[in-house]
Design a protein around this ligand. Structure first.
Ligand SMILES: [Zn+2]
Length: 181
């Protein structure tokens, strides 16, 4: 247990006491710094999964070459998405480590990352949707796909976009500004 100095009589008093035991001077309540354990665990797990997913997109080449042939703009869009997600999840994990070690700015790093990643996910998702929309209207390539494959493709796009928004939103709620730790 630590000690604090009484501002009035300079006597030592145990930490977290309401008043000085010597002169009775009331101490200001020191805010108890509690770590957002659940939020940290959730952010660490989601960040690790997100980073793994983004990095494996690079390694796997992200999308089928046959798909790239009919929708060429899909490749840079997916690569940018994987890059942004690698970066965002890495910074998120750094924020988690900072917060776990009690660094004051840790929660702020996490919060700002979540907000930026929410915006990025919405923009990239919008780009992806409009690409697919354009390709299906202009070249009919979406209709040329086998129905099963098309369903999986569309579900994948919708799933990854809404999943990303959900994940960053959940972490942002855990680390929202109004929460006092
Ligand atoms: Zn005192």
């Amino acid at each position: 247990m630590g000690f604090v100095l009484c501002p009035e009589c300079k006597a030592e008093a145990p930490e977290h006491t309401a008043a000085c035991p010597k002169c009775g001077m009331p101490f200001k309540a020191t805010p108890v710094v509690k770590k957002p354990i659940i939020g940290l665990v959730v952010a660490a797990i989601l960040g690790a999964i997100g980073l793994w997913w983004a990095l494996s997109s690079f390694m796997a080449g992200a999308i089928d070459p046959a798909l790239c042939a009919i929708m060429p703009a899909l490749a840079p869009c997916t690569m940018l998405n994987a890059s942004v997600n690698s970066l965002g999840n890495s910074i998120l994990l750094i924020g988690v480590v900072l917060t776990a070690f009690g660094h004051q700015n840790g929660p702020r790093v996490i919060r700002i990352t979540c907000i930026l990643m929410l915006v990025a996910t919405i923009l990239l998702g919008g780009w992806l949707f409009s690409l697919v929309w354009m390709y299906s209207l202009v070249s009919g390539s979406l209709n040329a796909m086998e129905p099963q494959f098309r369903a999986g493709f569309v579900a994948g796009i919708i799933g990854s976009s809404t999943g990303g928004i959900f994940v960053w939103g959940v972490i942002a709620i855990f680390f929202r500004k109004s929460r006092t730790w």
